[in-house]
Design a protein around this ligand. Structure first.
Ligand code: NAD
Length: 268
């Protein structure tokens, strides 16, 4: 995917006279956010895209954050805007995200893009859910009529993944923290997408033999990074399973590049 974007960036630059540009914003000093943003800038550089970063202090007021987002939304030189979440207490992420011009909303989280997705006519789709679908597509996983179970119902991952699976004609069940018999529901799935943020929540008993398992979870534990699925036992039952780290994470970054190029194209 990155190679394809890199090739298309060359064509864009020839045609338009400049490369697409991503602008990122971090408020505060969350160490995980710093790592994520660094990786995103590195990925932009590798495909020949420009990127600019804005750091605001943890004490920044909501108005200051809104002002910066408005400036970036209006800037002629910026194609995509990504505000790294979480934001510090006192800054409402919904208000900040809503201030992003939907045409530059490369995270696909503005009400306009979330609404288009709910409506079944997607605009810019959130990067992680888009990456999950791309993994399934490239592996040729049959979704039509398949039982798909999504664990997690966040705006960022669970809900958009469920909507995209529905759009691909899967029969979709969404589980969450109040679901009874989680393992029982999950074990019905031909395609299981785990996005709960709970280390090794799903064991082999939650995986149907021959299922395809996509593990979105990124959990920092004492023994390092792990997913929401207990990889070793689950991989003995599943037909295919994504590792953590190394599965959905890199796809998310690839889809950010795809979205930034799409946003740049939409502006010319
Ligand atoms: P979130 O906390 O906003 O949502 C978690 C969801 O899981 C909630 O809907 C909750 O009801 C459900 N849940 C939590 N515990 C549960 C349990 N014990 N049983 C059933 N459901 C449960 O998190 P999020 O932003 O959706 O992220 C989910 C995970 O995906 C996190 O680990 C996050 O780090 C990871 N993530 C990874 C990437 C990536 O690029 N790989 C991107 C985004 C998020």
């Amino acid at each position: 995917m990155r190679q394809r974007v890199a090739d298309e960036v060359v064509g864009f630059e020839k045609e338009i006279g400049r490369a697409p540009v991503l602008a990122t914003v971090i408020v505060g000093e969350d160490p995980a956010s710093q790592i994520y943003i660094r990786n995103k800038h590195k990925a932009c550089a590798e495909v020949g895209m420009g990127s600019v970063h804005h750091d605001l202090p943890a004490e920044a007021s909501e108005d200051a954050v809104l002002e910066l987002v408005a400036e970036l939304s209006e800037s002629e030189d910026v194609d995509g805007i990504l505000v790294q979440l979480p934001l510090p207490p006192g800054v409402d992420p919904d208000r900040v995200v809503a201030a992003i011009d939907p045409i530059k909303d490369v995270d696909g989280l503005t009400p306009a893009n979330a609404g288009l997705l709910a409506h079944g006519t997607p605009g810019l789709v959130p990067c992680t859910p888009a990456g999950v679908m791309e993994l399934l597509r490239q592996e040729g996983v049959a979704l039509e009529g398949a039982e798909a179970v999504v664990v997690g119902r966040s705006k960022l991952v669970g809900v958009p993944v469920a909507r995209l699976l529905l759009g691909a004609n899967a029969t979709v069940t969404v589980c969450h923290s109040r679901t009874r018999d989680l393992a029982g529901v999950c074990s019905r799935a031909d395609v299981l997408v785990a996005a709960a943020g709970a280390p090794r929540l799903l064991g082999a008993d939650a995986v149907k033999p021959g299922a395809v398992v996509i593990d979105v979870g990124m959990n920092r534990t004492e023994d390092g990074l792990c997913g929401d699925v207990d990889f070793e036992p689950a991989s003995e039952v599943a037909a295919a399973i994504t590792p953590v780290p190394g599965g959905v994470g890199p796809m998310t970054i690839a889809m950010l590049l795809v979205n930034t190029l799409a946003a740049a194209r939409a502006r010319v």
